[in-house]
Design a protein around this ligand. Structure first.
Ligand SMILES: Cc1cc2nc3c(=O)[nH]c(=O)nc-3n(C[C@H](O)[C@H](O)[C@H](O)COP(=O)(O)OP(=O)(O)OC[C@H]3O[C@@H](n4cnc5c(N)ncnc54)[C@H](O)[C@@H]3O)c2cc1C
Length: 324
């Protein structure tokens, strides 16, 4: 790995004359979900901004990485600082993580170009950018063609990352203007109930086996959310549940939902179909609550509890002091 430092006053990123580039916002050295995938989509080149960017660049191992420490920089100032440096890059790809979704429209506005949001694929050529955009909660793919430079956000889990190349790393010093953003009073930790499923370290999932009747389903999932929050976990569900409208589609785990990678996954009444487990990543610990001891979810679990899922959830709520 080569580390090169550019100083203020020099043109720090003249090498940024590339047709496509990944842009990743890093917090305290932690990469967001989908970071390695945008690097792959952008031809193994990445610019990292935020805090702890050097460690994050080393972890990503892209063929070519630029990193700029911009801790405390607010989005509008950062967009204004980056726009002149990125004006020759025809396709800038950010992960559709919370920071990526927040920053991409500001950058697109600062560059005066269109934003292609929530893409599952994006390609650039001499004339412009082609992308497939996922719409209607993943039920519709829309192919678009844009005859100019674009900013793109890529759905985490949409493609495979590349093996690390451990290439060159360049440090970039950015002059970020101040006073162009709203004042930031505090950055709060995400609430487990509403946090992005893809980023959660603990996930409690609910499947059809948790629901006793249609009338009971909404209350059941409200209880699942409350118990999960008490355990510091966020909730996910199978497609059977999201198709029925008992949980929003952004809570669906699987090949046509969100790809997760938690430390702990607790599955209540989930069969473990391949389309569901295909979105689970490699959780360190899996607990399955199911009446069928031979179902695939229990077969892949570290701990299988063969019992009625709803009854166990109620017992857990009772012991944790969670009100139904
Ligand atoms: C193209 C395509 C894409 C798909 N994408 C996804 C996707 O992204 N995500 C996804 O999840 N699915 C997806 N599916 C659907 C998937 O194939 C399964 O149908 C779905 O995951 C099953 O959901 P489930 O486990 O909740 O329900 P079921 O298959 O009905 O399983 C219910 C489970 O609950 C258990 N059970 C029953 N009663 C109880 C009880 N009282 N207590 C405890 N356990 C009980 C049963 O033993 C069973 O294991 C997709 C399917 C297709 C065709």
């Amino acid at each position: 790995m080569t580390v090169t430092t550019a100083h203020k006053g020099e043109h720090p990123v003249e090498a940024l004359q590339v047709s496509r580039l990944a842009l990743v916002i890093v917090r305290a050295g932690v990469l967001p979900a989908g970071a390695a995938e945008v690097v792959a989509e952008a031809g193994n080149r990445v610019l990292l901004v935020g805090s702890g960017t050097a460690e994050a660049a080393a972890e990503l191992g892209a063929a070519r990485a630029w990193h700029a420490e911009t801790a405390g920089a607010a989005p509008a100032g950062l967009a204004a600082a980056l726009a002149p440096l990125l004006q020759d890059v025809r396709m800038i790809v950010l992960p559709a993580s919370p920071d990526g979704r927040d920053f991409a429209p500001r950058l697109a506005a600062a560059l005066g170009r269109p934003l292609l949001a929530w893409a599952t694929e994006a390609k650039v050529d001499d004339e412009g950018v082609s992308a497939t955009l996922s719409r209607l909660d993943g039920r519709l793919d829309v192919d678009v063609r844009c005859d100019e430079a674009c900013v793109v956000t890529l759905v985490p889990g949409a493609r495979n990352p590349l093996p690390p190349s451990n290439g060159e790393v360049f440090e970039v010093v950015l002059d970020v203007p101040h006073g162009v953003d709203a004042e930031r009073l505090a950055v709060l930790e995400p609430h487990p109930e509403t946090m992005d499923l893809a980023e959660a370290e603990r996930v409690v999932g609910g499947g059809a086996g948790l629901v006793r009747s249609d009338e009971d389903a909404v209350g059941t999932f409200a209880l699942l959310r409350a118990v999960a929050a008490r355990l510091g976990a966020t909730t996910g569900a199978t497609r059977v549940i999201t198709d029925a409208g008992w949980m929003h589609h952004d809570r669906q785990i699987g090949t046509t939902g969100v790809s997760i990678s938690p430390d702990l996954y607790i599955a209540f009444g989930v069969a473990g179909a391949s389309q569901h487990t295909g979105g689970l990543g490699s959780p360190k610990h899996v607990v399955s609550v199911n009446t069928d001891p031979a179902c695939p979810m229990t077969a892949m679990a570290d701990l299988g509890l063969v019992t009625d899922a709803r009854a166990l959830l109620e017992e857990l709520a009772d012991r944790l002091g969670v009100q139904p």
